[in-house]
Write a protein that binds this ligand. Structure first.
Ligand SMILES: Cc1cc2nc3c(=O)[nH]c(=O)nc-3n(C[C@H](O)[C@H](O)[C@H](O)COP(=O)(O)O)c2cc1C
Length: 379
C-alpha cells in the first residue's frame, strides 16, 4: 500500500486523499476524525471557507527559478512554514501510529506536535527518526488537576529532546461532539496512552471515571497558571486555542513564546470566529512581541500562503496528516506533506514571492459588501 500511496496518480490534492482515507476506515472512526462540535458544525465548515474569501494578487517579472520556503521554528529550520498539529490516537488511523507521523515529518524536515492523548510515548516518537535528522518536536498538553503530573510531562518532554510545550487552553471541558455521542464512540480498549499517567488503573477510561487527579483536566485554570508553566520549563511555551486579541495580549504578559490561533479544528466551541478571520487582529495586537501561529481548515498550499500574508509566522495541519496516515502510514503522511509543499511552492512562484519574507498583505484582496474588489492595505 505504501508504494501505491507514493505513486498513485489519482491523489493530487488533499481532498483526493480524504476521499481515499475515508474508504479505508470504519464509519465510526472516519466520523471521529471528521467530526466537529455542535449541531451546526459551523466552525468546522467556516474555518475552511474563510480561506476562499481572499483572492490572490500575483506579481510578475520576478526571477522565480529558485523558491525557498524555509523558516525558523523552535531554534531549528523547517523546510516549510507548516507542521503537524497534535491529534489524538494515531493508532486509530494506522497501526504504526505516531511513529509513522514522526518519521514522515522528520524525513520532510518539518515539525510535529505530539498529542498528550497519543498512543506512543514521547520518547519513542522523538527517537523514531534516524539520529542524524533534525528533531523538531513539541509536546501538547492540557493541564490536569495534579500539578506534579503536569511537571512530570514537562520533564519527560525536556529529556526526550522536545523544543516546546504547546498548552491547549481551549479544552478544559470537552466540546459537544454530537456525532461521537450518536455513534457511541469510545476509545478502543486496546489503545494505550503512554503520555498520561493513569497509574495502576487498567486504562485511561477507568482512571477518568475514578476521577484521578493526574488524568482529570483542570477546569479552574488561570492566567497565573500559564505563567507558572512558563516558569516551570526551559522549553518554549505556546498557548494553543487563542481567538481574540484580548487573550493574545494577556499571553504576551505571561512570557510565552507564542500563540496558536486555533478553534481546535471546530471540535470544541461551535460558532466561534474562524481562526483565519481572528488572525489579522491578533497579529496587529501583539505587534511582533510573540509568535503567532494558526491552524484550522488548511487544505491547500494557497491557504498557507494566505495565512502567512495575513501575518502568521507558521501554520499547522490536523486532519490532512491523519488522512495520509490512514491511506499509507508513513508514506501517506509524506504524501500529504508533499502535496501541500508543492502547492505552496507553486503559488509562491506564480505570485512572485521567492521567500516567505516576500509574502505580504498586498498579495491578497477581497470583495467588499457592495461587491467591489479591494486589495488589502499593507500594515
Ligand atoms: C481527530 C482529532 C484529534 C485531535 N486531538 C487533539 C489533541 O489531542 N490536542 C489538541 O490540542 N488538539 C487536537 N486536535 C486539534 C488539532 O490540533 C488542530 O487544532 C485541528 O485539527 C486543526 O484543524 P484541521 O484539522 O482543519 O487542520 C485534534 C483534531 C482532530 C481532527
Amino acid at each position: 500500500m505504501a508504494t501505491e500511496a507514493a505513486e498513485s496518480p489519482l491523489i493530487l490534492t488533499l481532498r483526493d486523499l480524504e476521499v481515499q482515507a475515508n474508504k479505508r476506515l470504519p464509519k465510526v472512526t472516519a466520523e471521529y476524525f471528521a467530526d466537529g462540535a455542535g449541531d451546526e458544525q459551523r466552525t468546522l465548515k467556516e474555518s475552511i471557507d474563510a480561506f476562499a474569501r481572499y483572492r490572490l494578487r500575483p506579481r510578475v517579472g520576478r526571477k522565480v527559478s529558485s523558491i525557498d520556503a524555509k523558516t525558523l521554528i523552535w531554534g531549528g529550520t523547517s523546510n516549510f512554514p507548516f507542521g503537524i498539529a497534535p491529534s489524538a490516537m494515531h493508532q486509530l488511523a494506522h497501526p504504526s501510529g505516531e511513529v509513522a507521523t514522526s518519521r514522515a515529518s522528520s524525513s520532510r524536515r518539518i515539525p510535529m506536535i505530539l498529542s498528550q492523548s497519543a498512543n506512543t510515548s514521547i520518547e519513542d516518537v522523538t527517537t523514531a527518526s534516524p539520529s542524524h535528522t533534525q528533531r523538531l518536536y513539541a509536546q501538547q498538553t492540557t493541564l490536569v488537576q495534579d500539578w506534579s503530573a503536569n511537571l512530570a510531562l514537562f520533564r519527560r518532554a525536556e529529556r526526550a529532546g522536545c523544543k516546546a510545550i504547546v498548552l491547549s487552553v481551549d479544552c478544559s471541558v470537552p466540546g459537544r461532539r454530537l456525532g461521537e455521542m450518536r455513534n457511541g464512540f469510545v476509545k478502543p480498549a486496546h489503545l494505550v496512552f503512554p503520555n498520561i499517567d493513569y497509574g495502576d488503573a487498567p486504562n485511561l477510561h477507568t482512571a477518568r471515571l475514578e476521577k484521578r487527579r493526574a488524568v482529570t483536566f483542570d477546569r479552574d485554570v488561570t492566567w497565573e497558571m500559564y505563567k507558572k508553566v512558563v516558569e516551570s520549563t526551559h522549553l518554549e511555551v505556546y498557548l494553543k486555542g487563542i481567538l481574540t486579541p484580548e487573550d493574545a495580549l494577556l499571553a504576551v504578559e505571561t512570557g510565552v513564546k507564542g500563540v496558536v490561533v486555533s478553534a481546535h479544528g471546530g471540535r470544541q466551541l461551535d460558532g466561534v470566529v474562524p481562526p483565519l478571520d481572528a488572525l489579522p487582529e491578533i497579529v496587529e495586537a501583539v505587534g511582533g512581541r510573540i509568535k503567532v501561529h494558526v491552524d484550522g481548515g488548511i487544505r491547500r498550499g494557497a491557504d498557507i500562503f494566505k495565512a502567512l500574508a495575513l501575518g502568521a509566522d507558521f501554520v499547522w495541519i490536523g486532519r490532512p496528516a491523519l488522512w495520509g496516515l490512514v491511506y499509507g502510514g508513513e508514506q501517506g503522511v509524506e504524501l500529504a506533506i508533499d502535496i501541500l509543499a508543492e502547492e505552496l511552492l507553486n503559488v509562491m512562484a506564480l505570485c512572485g514571492a521567492l521567500t516567505l519574507q516576500d509574502i505580504t498583505r498586498g498579495h491578497l484582496g477581497r470583495y467588499t459588501a457592495d461587491g467591489l474588489f479591494e486589495p488589502l492595505r499593507e500594515q
